[in-house]
Design a protein around this ligand. Sequence first.
Ligand code: GAP
Length: 539
Amino acid sequence: MAEPKENVLMEKIVSLCKRRGFIYQSSEIYGGINGFWDYGPLGAELKRNVKELWWNTMTRLRDDVVGLEATIIMAPAIWKASGHVDTFSDPMIDCKTCKGRFRADQTDEIACPQKPSKCVNECHGEKTAPRAFNLMFQTYVGPLQDDSAVAYLRPETAQAIFAQFKNVLETSRQKVPFGIAQVGKAFRNEVTPRNFTFRSREFEQMELEFFIKPDEVIEAISGSVATVPDPGHPGEPQPNWGWQAWHQYWVEERVAFYERIGLSRHTLGFHVQTPEELAHYARATTDILFKFPFSKRDGQGELKGEELEGIAARSDFDLSQHQRCSGKPMGVFDDELRTAWGKLPKEKQDDLWRRYCENRKKYLTKTGVTDEAATKQATEDANGLAKGQYIPHVIEPSAGVDRLILALLTNAYSDATKTDEKGKVETTVVLKFHPRVAPIKVGVMPLLKNKPELVTKAHEVRDLLRPWMNVFYDDGGSIGRRYARQDEAGTPFCLTIDFDTLGEKPELLNTVTLRHRDDGRQERLAIGDLLTWLLPKIR
Ligand code: GAP
């Protein structure tokens, strides 16, 4: 039976990744290790570009976001407070015959995980009932390997941001609303890693925790909370934005980011999580999906897409948890609120006080605090409003670097098969990366490698561009072969240094041929204009 075409495409991508040095299996010489991947020379550049673009977009190009780089291993109490120790698990079932282990919620072939049914490994073995399997990797800190020394590799970068919230606030001169961004490794002992790098056990995240004022505080200061406009970008942030406007803003900002790096809207999809799907802390979550070849299809046969990034409105859950569990205050003081509160009519104060108190109590009772203690604490919290105090809420855009790399590779891949006059079949591959993410920006090629004048000039061009971008110097083989090699690496531009560059046609002295990857178009550019031509295209 023929392979479904989406599997064929994935196979081609996996094989290209290895052949051209984008992604290799980790520990391959020892047979590999499931769920772990290494990035080769081109993959490392691609990844670096993506992370740098995210970092620049999210922090350096904004006044209201600052960065953090925290450790991977943190105090285990953080993971207790965040809920990961108790609830970060997948339902797992074992096959009693073949000893295979599966995620009960993701194995279509297993009709009902509660009952013995067919094993996906086709051994028809009986299955165990599902059990919770915690996804955090454990290790020990220090020389003793007992329960007191257990620590975890972080399963998300977000918690470090919450744990350092007060330090960052106090040292960065930021005021709510503001965000803290972090890029870094995360580890999850996934039961069934799959789809190449899509679900790995070690991966990278790019996360922003954007802290906002609770809606009651906005209402006290601005009189009302802005209504969320029709779908689409709500525009520049406004002081009267509540969590819904901020949530929509970040969804649209993130889509704009994907568009800027070559993933057009029609390659993406959206999934608004249903109340049943929402994590216990979330008020709303919108997943941005990418239509990976292995995605499921809808009723019309269209790819539905798989999660690339989740944008969650996490309420004040995380900071509240860390305040409760560490005993350290996580609230902020807001002078604007204190002043505004004093000017509010009594009925308005009472109304806002009651709503804030109810929300705080809801959170506290959910976390197991007794009704009496929750009422006492919530009352205290609501009394804080008059003093200008509250715990910020959070909007969290959380993206996976590796999933984005896979999306970019899939999106860029194109191939064509030609048969030449001698009947030889040749397949050419072009990776049509956006120049901003392309691992190599420019190929620099002397027409002939045995002409010292051409080589010297080509070195000059290479050295001119090198401090600004990743350049690949190639003098081996025919120029057509060299172009083809760069097409396969996704290099958007190639520069050829020929005899006209040296002044054979005097009017072309010190110009080069610039070839465009996607349509093979060629134009002549002065060496002195190269940087001004190239830089805006790759940044
Ligand atoms: N702090 C929120 C959080 O971690 P998540 O939906 O579990 O949320 C965020 O993860 C993103 O991290 C996902 O959208 C995905 O891109 C990436 N991600 C999660 N698990 C992954 C895995 N096993 N392999 C690769 N990427 C993963």
